[in-house]
Design a protein around this ligand. Sequence first.
Ligand SMILES: [Zn+2]
Length: 623
Amino acid sequence: MRDARRRTRLAAAVAFAWLIASASWFVLLDAAAPVRYRFTFPAPEHHWMQIEATFAELPSTPLELRMSRSSPGRYTLHDFAKNVYDVHAFAADGRELAATRPDPYGWTVPAHGDVVTVKYKVFGDRVDGTYLAVDSSHAHVNMPAAILWARGFDDRGATLVFEPPSGVRWQVATQLHPGSTPYEFTAPNLQYLMDSPTELGPLTIRQFSVDGRTFRFAVHHTGTDADLESFLKDVEKIVRTEGAIYGEFPNYEPGSYTFLADYLPWANFDGMEHRNSTVITSSASIANDREDLLDTVAHEFFHGWNVERIRPRSLEPFDFERTDMSGELWLAEGFTQYYGPLAMSRAGLVDLPATTATLAGLIRSVALNPARGVRSAEEMSRMAAFTDGGRTTDRTNWSRTYISYYSFGGAIALALDLSLRGRSEGRVSLDDYMRAMWRVHGKPGSARQGYVDRPYTIADAEARLAEVSGDAAYARDFFARYIQGREAADYEKLLAPAGFVLRRQNPGRAWWGDMRLDVRTGAVRVSQPPALDTPAYAAGIDQDDEIRQIDGMRLSSPEDVNGILRRHKPGDTIAVSFVARTGVAKTSPVTLKEDPRVEVLTVEATGGRLTPAQKAFRDRWLR
Ligand SMILES: [Zn+2]
């Protein structure tokens, strides 16, 4: 990739070999002409914008223009070229240049002079953290979904000019660096540019400071200023609480951190982290869904440390032309999934029952899920290439072989936090672990904006745990069993010192699996593959099978099953008659198990007494 950075007019200089290694050569390269982008909106009501991109000081090699196939923070392919059309390349004198399509994702200009301007239209009508959305109210721009870039130009800066439609007053909010007018911005290189979503519209922009850092909240919404003012007080609490976990805020390169919020009826629920900003979108409003919106704020803001700067090596630098696979998303996303609700609890924004329910959800999704036997947390993370928002045409069996790295990692974070606190009598916690990751891998930053110089490997993540716990054997054991292995932690034991009780939800109740049944073509059918290790799976029952009789009773509705199971106890064997979609009828014995579902309650809620030691543990953790 470095080769294409050389420019024709440097050719003579290259003859002097010593110059290549000299600092002045790099200074020359850094000063190379920035790529200039101009965004206009001739017909926003039809959801497209016009972009002109000018590449100057070109080498004589073919100019390879690319649309991204992936977007930072997303791990499936999105193939943004699908929305690009009317592409034309021009020389400096206005003459049109021939362009070829080497593959579906780009355009190549084989022969050109020193300058090429490419003009194209791009369509987008989805408000979220991944795509482009243009309408007469705003333009919500995720850069990978919008801009053509050139291979080999990674280190070129960029200038961007936005020209809103005539007659509207749009403000611009972004983590891009401000230029000479309110509509001009710059980026130091391609990585930073692609990481810089930009919102143009009738924005309300507020700001507050914490510990000398400036936080901007730019929102496009249908709510009132009063809604926003009170919401921002809670956002500030989250910012302070998470800052306290790490002990300091990152150095936000533009001098501030920006929340880009679209709370609009036609937006999709999403959150996407970036280095110095986040996109948070929802069809809900502050007035009707405040807690969920704050939960997204808490999750995304935590990413400013965890993943944006404490970054797995597998994601650094981000490759826009392929899926970026990472075995560490259980930490990057999962630990963030744990800390969002924890920060909400510590900031006093959710009550204890709500926090308890969140923790119970994490435990259930992992400890009771036989899919854990199929893939470890590390392997589940690598599945993001398929599962992260990607839709499949064919059926998958993910419902029984896959656990989201969000909940998997969240459950691991919970176990590790409780384990560290328990074994150190409260002196060491997961906060210390995150601070150690920050100190070694995040804080050193990078000489180049948009990059991380000391990303971590899984061995680094284990080494930090060894340091924080002071016990390398403990760290090895934890990683081997719960992250690279297939075990689930003993949550009942881990939660007890904090005054929580984990117990069976339906003790003694017979169970044949969490079966999903529906009525189709006049018959009761299985609508989702039965989970592994369930009595129904063992009996050979699968998706689409018609369940005719259970224990001699003919089924007329899915609800009949509960009544039948109530008459039995775990260990009983009952006959199930079913017809596979191939037409083959079968009667299988099904040996019932005890319903494995668990609930988590405070010890007080079970009628027990919270001891002073339990109260102290719980307060240190959740308050
Ligand atoms: Zn996340």
